[in-house]
Design a protein around this ligand. Structure first.
Ligand code: FES
Length: 74
């Protein structure tokens, strides 16, 4: 992941960046999309960001920390 992608906004409603999602997962505070929403607010608005947030969370470098079975907003 580059510095540029970390600043990329993945949730337009709440202006949540890719870096914030990554930080929530790497810190151990979030291992499901629901937990990512609780930690970052991503997905707390229109919910259209589920796919881009899932892509970030499911990236190969984060996969061990992220529950692949929890890729849907619950
Ligand atoms: S784009 Fe994330 S809640 Fe709307």
């Amino acid at each position: 992941m580059t510095c540029r992608s970390r600043s990329k906004v993945v949730c337009e409603c709440l202006k949540v960046t890719e870096g914030k999602v990554v930080e929530a997962i790497r810190s151990g505070r979030a291992c499901t999309l629901r937990q990512i929403a609780a930690c970052t607010e991503a997905g707390s608005g229109c919910n259209a960001c589920g796919l881009p947030v899932s892509r970030v969370a499911g990236s190969s470098s984060l996969r061990p920390a992220f529950s692949a079975s929890a890729t849907l907003w619950l």
